[in-house]
Design a protein around this ligand. Structure first.
Ligand SMILES: [Zn+2]
Length: 297
């Protein structure tokens, strides 16, 4: 189990040093403390693992902590298939049809293969987990351990970069997204993002360094130099009713980012969102949570 000694002294979105305690709990043996930025309303984990601990965690321990296995499990693969269909639907609705697709956090490569089938595009992935990378390579996919290895291999640029349930794991989400515009995502390319929704998802996990609301996700994209084309709240593939996830489509913007617009009432919105979730779960249990195909009932 990693220690978590690093205090975050500046908000990852607005840079403010001023924060207050938002949530504290134990997640699978780890104490997880989340703070609320008094400047902009972003919720982020502090203290948290250092960069070196995070690297080691994702290379080996993450999948063990989350699913008790280093390699893909049937349940995990079923979840990824459902998510790939959902994300494909968002892209089609937006009229996006990529020719070169990079999936960051490619996991077992399910999304890469599905988009490759749907669009006939070339597919490349980045995945830090060794067992997952090996699994996806065994399926004939091209995967790299990180962006540096991808850049060294001269694969970029891409007209679609997807990051499904990745941004909330990154220590510097604004900096990471901004760096993608430097030769990885084409100037006229599209970024597809999905994260848990702070206002419906029980999101305070040890690996989630930031918990985004619709507002703070949009502000993060703006600060990183993107224009937001669409931002959906939805539950697919897990729920017909609960807005568990936020999916955004964005493209690189020109010019300087605007000042961060703060969000107010974050604690009240979180409480209200979770109350609504519990009510929907009681009233409509079969629509609130759908079984995954391939998952045991
Ligand atoms: Zn802030």
């Amino acid at each position: 189990m990693p220690a978590m000694p690093e205090n975050v002294t500046a908000c990852p979105l607005c840079g403010s040093p001023d924060s207050r305690l938002f949530d504290e709990r134990v997640f699978r043996g780890h104490t997880v403390v989340n703070r609320l930025c008094r400047g902009c309303g972003l919720v982020y984990q502090s203290p948290r693992m250092t960069a070196a601990e995070l690297d080691a965690f994702y290379a080996r321990e993450y999948r063990q902590v989350y699913q008790g296995s280093e390699g893909p499990t049937p349940k995990d693969l079923a979840a990824q298939r459902g998510r790939a269909e959902s994300l494909l639907g968002f892209l089609r609705a937006a009229g996006v049809s990529p020719t070169r697709h990079l999936d960051i956090g490619a996991s077992a490569g399910i999304l890469l293969r599905r988009f490759g089938e749907a669009f006939g595009c070339q597919s490349v992935g980045v995945e830090p987990g060794e067992a997952y990378r090996a699994y996806a390579r065994g399926q004939g996919l091209t995967l790299y351990a990180d962006l540096d290895a991808l850049r060294a291999a001269d694969e970029a640029p891409f007209d679609l970069v997807s990051m499904a349930h990745v941004l909330e794991h990154l220590p510097d989400p604004v900096g990471y997204l901004a760096a993608l515009k430097d030769g990885v995502l084409a100037a006229d390319g599209v970024l597809l993002l999905e994260v848990p929704n702070l206002y419906a998802h029980d999101c305070f996990e040890v690996a989630h360094l930031t918990s985004f609301s619709p507002h703070t996700l949009r502000q993060t994209l703006l600060q990183a130099g993107y224009t937001v084309m669409a931002l959906h709240r939805h539950g697919q593939p897990r729920s017909e009713l609960l807005p568990l996830y936020l999916t955004a489509l964005a493209h690189p913007a020109r010019g300087k980012p605007p000042a961060v617009q703060p969000e107010r009432g974050v604690a009240r919105k979180r409480r209200g969102g979770l109350l609504r979730r519990r009510a929907l779960e009681r009233l409509f249990p079969h629509r609130a949570w759908k079984p995954l195909k391939g998952e045991d009932a």
